[in-house]
Structure formats: C-alpha cells, structure tokens
Design a protein around this ligand. Sequence first.
Ligand SMILES: Cc1ncc(COP(=O)(O)O)c(C=O)c1O
Length: 452
Amino acid sequence: MSNVRAEIERKTPGSKRAHERSLEVLGQLAVGTLAMPYPIYIRESRGSRVTDVDGNEYIDLALGFGPHILGHAPGVVVDAVKDAAERGFQWALHNPYQEHLARLIVEAVPCADKVEFCNTGTEATMFAIRAARAYTRRDKIAMFDGGYHGAHDYVMVRAAAGSPHDAPTFNTVGDGIPKATLQNTIMLPYRSRKAFDLIRTHKDELALVLIEPVQSSNPRLDHVEWLRELREVCRESGVLFLMDEIITGFRLAYGGAQELFDITPDLATYGKVMGGGLPIGAIAGRADIMDVFSRGAASPETFTRGGPRLPGVFAAGTFGGNPISMVAGTAALTYLRDHPESYKYLAEQSMRLANEVNRFCQSEEIPAQLMSALSMFFMRIQRGGPIQSARDIDPSLKAADDAFFMHLLNNGVVIPGIHQFHISTAHTPKDIDFVIEAMKHSFLEVRKEGLL
Ligand SMILES: Cc1ncc(COP(=O)(O)O)c(C=O)c1O
C-alpha cells in the first residue's frame, strides 16, 4: 500500500467503517458516479469546507457536482428552506413558488419565454428531447463527442475511442441501453466544421441538436465563433438548437452561456445552481415550442392511464416543482441577481488558480493541464498538452494521475475522480491560495514517488 493511502487510512477509520457498512446494502458504491480518490464519508458541510465522519476538514472543490455556487449551506438558502419546510414539503398541486422561480429564469435567460420544472438535469434533457420530437415530428437527435446530458437512454451514447475526430463513430454507454438509441442519434464532431455538414445532410430527420455550451470534460472559451455558427446552421436547417446549461446556467454568468456568448438557442435545460443545492431540473424555451407541454393539459382525460392518446408532451413527476426546491432556487438566484460582483470574484479567483497551477507545471515540466472556463475546471496529468476532446486522454500516466488526487486529498482538498471541479463565492482568496499550494505540493510528492 502506498504511504499516502496508509496515511489517509490512519486519519479516517470512521470512513473505512462507513464504507464497509455501505457496501453491504448499497447497490452502487455509495454514490456510484462519485469515484473518489479514496472513499471518505462526509458528515457535514459549510461554506468552502466539508467535514468527514472522523472530523477531518477539507476544502471542497466537488461542490456537489456544481450546484453550490454560493458554497455549502449558504444562509440565504438555509433560511428559505427552513421556512418552507414548516409549511409542508410537497403537494403535487399548483403552488405560487414555481412562478417565483420561473419568473427569475424568464428574466435572466434570453431564450426563456416559459419554463417547465422537473427534479434533475437528466429529466430536463429527457423532456426537452421529447418536446423537440413532438414539435418537429422528427425522431433523431444530434449530440457532440465529449458531451454529457444526463443518464437516460436517449443520450447514453459516447464516441468510440480511436475513431476519427471529424467523423466519430459511437456506442451506447454501459449495459442495458437499447441499440435502437444509436439509430436515433447522430454523433457530431466537437469544434469541427464537419458538424455543420452533418446537420445540413440530416436536417429532414433531425429534431434537435444538443450541446453543452462549455463541455465539463473539456472546459474552454476558445470556441465561441464556432458555437455562433452552429446556432446559425441549425436555424437555417430548421433543426431546433438546445443549449444544455445544467452546469453553465447561472454559473458562467447570471444569464449563463447564453448571456456570456450572446447566443440564443430555441431551448435550454437547467439544474444544479438553479436549485440552490436542492434537486431540480428545468426546461426553458421559446413559447411556441414550450406550448407542447401544455397542449391538451386542460382536459382531464389527457393524463388518464389507458385513456385516449395523450395530445401533449407528458412531462410530469411526483416531486417536479416541489416547494422546497422552488424556494431554495429562488433564494439562490435572487442573491446572485442582486450580487453581480459574485461573477467578477469567481472569474478573478478562477483565473488566478488556473494561471498559477499551469505556470508551476510548466516550470517544473510536469505534464498536467488545468483546463478552465471561468469557474469550471478539469485537471488531469497526461502528456500532449491540453486535450482537444475528452477522448484524447492519454492513459499512460494514470498511476501518477490517481496518486495526485490521493495526495491532494491527504493535503486537504477534495476533487472527485472525474477530474471536474468548481469554485464558489465561499472560497476565499486564502482558500484558493491553499488549493494552489496543495496542488503544487501534491505534484512534487507524485514526482518523489517516481511516478512522473
Ligand atoms: C451538462 C449536463 N447535463 C445533464 C446533466 C444531468 O443532470 P443530473 O445529474 O441532475 O441528472 C449533467 C450532470 O452533471 C450535466 O453536467
């Protein structure tokens, strides 16, 4: 066992016990997607910190996979949630709290005439795709190499490693996804003009082109002209264009990537920051498209099981639009709207973090890049400079990469094993200094182990 692993184990006997107990009863390893460098178990969180069950405190850059732009448990959200919880959790009945949050979104987001709420980003992209298919009466969707749009079958496809960049072939992700998914999908090359040709060629069968305006696995800001052209190609081709702003929404700017890049799609999906840290998803878009959700909704037989064919798009869920998520989101967005300096602060600290770490890696000849787009980051030890696509990852330094994140954890900074991280307004300049020093120190420790 490496020294660093042994050191972490010594500090975290409670996490070890919690992990063993979890393995007995949980289907996935606690939270299956959260591949941690080492499974510490978190007891509580506040601001920029999480505390594990043994009482060790860490600076957290996982930030719940992105929602906590104001840090953990910010006072404005906690107060709103406490107050709402006193009044009841969930009614599955009309309530005014949905309108409050929807109005903030409509005011902030260029493409949003109307909003439909659900519980997760996965549901948001699933319902948005269904809406696009209903509106255009076409079945195919196109998405980009390296993109992620949630865990439902429609989008569980991935470009095949080693296939050409300009013409990626693709497969379903994991087991259990029907092969029919492939027939309804076109995989487009990211940041390539070849994507435009493919959209034009398939325009009569394509309902929708979806894109993360900044890919979380490849965060960068040098593709804006290409994105603008992509938007125009979709418009000319009569194919709907969706920006999946589940990470970028209310993070890159208050109006998300749409505001930052000045690009208005037909539809957009939201989650994460918009819920103030509680489960949420939303679809926002042009009124004529969004109307597919309410077509026929007034008639009681619309939702009768086994009744007549549903005339509109079915997008219901027991917890969709629940008042707790609504008030949490409203509190977070109201704060962000009223504190635009938050975005300036995040940009300054993000730039400082990326520049200092990258300068250090260059001067020490460490083959690592901290890629970033404002407060979205992706860090990996690998040769060959910044990646062009998430598929370019060179696995030959995997042992060094794994060791780096383990050392970083031991040095008091949490980044999940998916290599993506964020910062929040609760991360003080001192916290950012701490992260920079912890990263530098961890690189040197990996080198000392002979892995670099
Ligand atoms: C761009 C994007 N779309 C969709 C999703 C799915 O959201 P959720 O995890 O809330 O289902 C994610 C989650 O990370 C995401 O980053």
